[in-house]
Design a protein around this ligand. Sequence first.
Ligand SMILES: *[C@@H]1O[C@H](CO)[C@@H](O)[C@H](O)[C@H]1NC(C)=O
Ligand SMILES: *[C@@H]1O[C@H](CO)[C@@H](O)[C@H](O)[C@H]1NC(C)=O
Ligand SMILES: *[C@@H]1O[C@H](CO)[C@@H](O)[C@H](O)[C@H]1NC(C)=O
Ligand SMILES: *[C@@H]1O[C@H](CO)[C@@H](O)[C@H](O)[C@H]1NC(C)=O
Ligand SMILES: *[C@@H]1O[C@H](CO)[C@@H](O)[C@H](O)[C@H]1NC(C)=O
Ligand SMILES: *[C@@H]1O[C@H](CO)[C@@H](O)[C@H](O)[C@H]1NC(C)=O
Length: 413
Amino acid sequence: MFPAVSLVLLCALAVVANPITVNNSPISIPIVKRLNLTGESTIAALDRARVRSMRSGTFARPTGAKAAASVFNFPVINEVFGYIATVGVGTPPTDYSLIIDTGSSNTWVGASQAFQETNSSVDTGQTVSVFYGSGFFLGEQFTDTVTIGSLVIPNQGIGVAIISEGFSGADGILGIGPVDLTEETLFPNDTTTVPTVTDNAFSQGLISAHEVGISFEPTSTTDPFTNGELTFGGIDSRKFTGPITFVPITTTSPASEFVGINQSITYGTAGASILNSTAGVIDTGTTLLLIATDAMDRYVDAVGASSEPDEATGLFTIPAENFANLESLFFNIGGTSFEFTPNAQIWPRVFNTLLGGNNDTIYLVTGDIGSDTGSGLDFINGMVWLQRFYFVYDTGSSQAGFATTYFTDTTTN
Ligand SMILES: *[C@@H]1O[C@H](CO)[C@@H](O)[C@H](O)[C@H]1NC(C)=O
Ligand SMILES: *[C@@H]1O[C@H](CO)[C@@H](O)[C@H](O)[C@H]1NC(C)=O
Ligand SMILES: *[C@@H]1O[C@H](CO)[C@@H](O)[C@H](O)[C@H]1NC(C)=O
Ligand SMILES: *[C@@H]1O[C@H](CO)[C@@H](O)[C@H](O)[C@H]1NC(C)=O
Ligand SMILES: *[C@@H]1O[C@H](CO)[C@@H](O)[C@H](O)[C@H]1NC(C)=O
Ligand SMILES: *[C@@H]1O[C@H](CO)[C@@H](O)[C@H](O)[C@H]1NC(C)=O
């Protein structure tokens, strides 16, 4: 047993000192939240498919000819519940609506709107493919000038889809995760990585800090709604309230390959343990808050939720009388406790029909990740969590930062 003082010291060491923060970077772009669930799958099933890909490292495999042969029996899933940024490609730029994804790192276009080649478009002769679990694309790798707000990035590697599935309503993905996730996505140069827009903007001297700040906000409107913001090379101090807590990217694999961190979760004022400190991922491309199966069991017991997910939506439900007594979840990250209110733990009821559910049921935003604690990827803090906290991915220093916002305690029901 460690004396208490050692634990305090360990916690202090875990917090990296002096992260670079650049306030009010001029490069902030609005992002739109969109929900468009079509086809047979539920959000919970899509999220779990994505987790399976993350675990098996199949994001980047198979490539080239192998990929071409296997795509035709890939399960077809249509989903867009994402935060979408308008990104220009080419000279002059054509605008594409891209899903912002910190859980993958290839940027590509062509899923809905066809790619418009211009005189700055260069075909590299490589093929490119990424399998996300909940979708995939296969195409040709180009370099081109990419325009994000006032940021104009020449020679950015971008994929141009020939085939894709799972992205109706979006043109592709703006992948801003760790660059190593692009390994083995090109063919035949499968050891070549593709620097992300953040990496190129920084190495070309267009931004002074190698980081991106992400602001999502909860809403109770189901229409596409501009309520998020993506900031390159800094953070936007108008978008958060408290100090930013930075923690290093976790060393535990496979969470370490993504924007992975260590965190623990407790429930209620009594501090009931739901998840002891363990590794997981912060991901703008996952919808739900996913936690290990044993942790989900404890949460379900603690709050009095349904013991099984609802069949139509794949989501756990909570009776109204238990919702009335629901307490906060507390996320401990780097020694800071982030309170996730009862209201944050349920879907705004206006979404119920879109999710495939009915109006009288209360659906929880937390789901089962599909394996017990100890897998090296024991949680994913997805969009429903990120709507309550500001998120900084300090790519250059391999750390992630979190802060409370004006929406942390907001009521959306
Ligand atoms: C590409 O075309 C645009 C106008 O359409 C022009 O302004 C630009 O200079 C051209 N770039 C190159 C590299 O030729
Ligand atoms: C939603 O998906 C359907 C089917 O793929 C598509 O036709 C429609 O344009 C999408 N709507 C939006 C708002 O993206
Ligand atoms: C692929 O590899 C070859 C040989 O190393 C190199 O000349 C070429 O630039 C590479 N292409 C890409 C797109 O990285
Ligand atoms: C995260 O947790 C793992 C397992 O307990 C530990 O080895 C590691 O030092 C912790 N911190 C980081 C930054 O990975
Ligand atoms: C967390 O760890 C403590 C100490 O090892 C243990 O007593 C407790 O049961 C664990 N809780 C959970 C939820 O795993
Ligand atoms: C359920 O709620 C939605 C959104 O509030 C509404 O449009 C719809 O008419 C409701 N359906 C029923 C059966 O009450």
